[in-house]
Design a protein around this ligand. Structure first.
Ligand code: PLP
Length: 367
């Protein structure tokens, strides 16, 4: 019997609440948090200054349309600011897209090891998440297209994907788009686009500009180092931008976040420094961890996925406990259907060297 109490819509209680990366290692003096893909370089000093200057007028509502920020993003990427919507992190925008474009019984596709937020926003909108298998820890265009039914309304693609670090080439994304019916929205989540060095990659700007059913989401949480402020943006076709603007919170982005975001996007040098640091240490970690005999999925983002054997004493879980005891916090990926792996964010030189040394010790100790 259903108790006489308010009931959430069907689907809500099927959601496995998102569990963020750990941030504590009890009893350890110095902790290196490498579990949430935050930047080791921090934000631009100009972004910090802009944020601080807002402290003098916290009584004022922010500009609900975030015009300054949309214009700054427009200048940085050569985009029409009217086709941009800002959100409280890109999570906010993913929720809004799901709520605007899914109804009960619809289907939304994501890939096996796709970002965990996609099934959450899909179930939250009363729709059904459909999983398309991957190949080599990489999204598979044919498998996604094969999963499309009459009920499909959204395809979520993280490109590059978290937690695998793999990406699809622009040609593959275009092939995916060509194979989708016009009434299916393709959401390109390009949270890590700023780190990609492959020249066959395109974040989504060109596809959005030339079609009616593609949006691209970006974030200030990663290369810009503003995760605490919750700031993201979306570039999309005018009718989709219009729909999202109707349902978003009228002040969904805070004043300090807008100010810091403008300063961050204009500090090209800081972004370049962050990118250089990442490229250098991403390559180093992939090589050094590989030399230890552990498989590392080649990544184009700011993290690596490290695979462990299932052997007792050598498993991902054992490694996690060993590293945590040294204050090195990586991300368990069991919720991403990768129980034998850990995801490590590229950290400072000190943190990167400590992790490699710790993994060496872990593998050398008796199992
Ligand atoms: C980190 C991340 C985001 C960004 O989320 P925010 O809400 O903007 O902090 C989006 N998509 C993926 C795949 C991510 O890993």
């Amino acid at each position: 019997m259903t108790a006489m109490r308010p009931q959430p819509r069907p689907g809500v209680l099927d959601i496995e609440a998102y569990v963020p990366g750990k941030s504590k290692a009890p009893g350890v003096a110095k902790v290196f948090k490498l579990s949430s893909n935050e930047t080791p370089l921090g934000p631009s000093p100009r972004a910090i200054a802009a944020y601080r200057s807002w402290a003098d007028h916290l009584e004022d509502y922010p500009d609900g349309s975030a015009s300054d920020l949309r214009e700054a993003i427009g200048r940085a990427f050569g985009l029409d600011p009217d086709r941009i919507v800002c959100g409280a992190g890109s999570d906010d925008l993913l929720h809004l897209l799901a709520h605007a474009y899914l109804v009960d019984g619809d289907e939304a596709i994501h890939t096996t090891h796709g970002f965990l937020i996609y099934p959450i926003v899909t179930l939250g909108a009363g729709a059904k998440p459909v999983v398309a298998p991957e190949k080599n820890y990489t999204a598979d265009v044919d498998a996604i297209l094969a999963a499309v039914t009459e009920k499909t309304r959204i395809v979520f693609l993280a490109n590059p994907n978290n937690p695998t670090g793999t990406c699809l080439s622009f040609d593959e994304v275009k092939r995916l788009h060509r194979g989708l019916p016009g009434n299916v929205l393709l959401v390109l989540d390009a949270a890590y686009a700023d780190y990609v060095r492959r020249n066959d990659y395109e974040a989504g700007i060109e596809l959005v500009a030339t079609s009616d059913n593609v949006v691209m989401c970006r974030t200030f949480s990663k290369i810009h180092g503003l995760a605490a402020l919750r700031l993201g943006w979306m570039f999309g076709p005018a009718p989709i931008v219009d729909a999202i603007n109707r349902i978003r919170g009228p002040f969904n982005v805070t004043g300090p976040a807008i100010a810091a975001g403008v300063a961050a996007i204009e500090d090209i040098e800081h972004q370049e420094r962050s990118r250089e640091h990442n490229t250098r240490w991403l390559n180093w970690l992939t090589e050094e961890i590989g030399k230890l005999g552990l498989e590392v999925t080649p990544s184009v983002a700011n993290f690596v996925l490290i695979h462990f054997p299932e052997t007792k004493g050598r498993s991902a879980k054992d490694a996690d406990a060993f590293l945590t005891a040294r204050g090195l916090i990586l991300r368990q990926t069991t919720a991403y259907k990768l129980p034998n792996a850990l995801r490590m964010t590229v950290g400072t030189e000190e943190a990167n060297r400590l992790v490699v040394a710790a993994l060496r010790d872990f593998l050398a100790k008796p199992a």
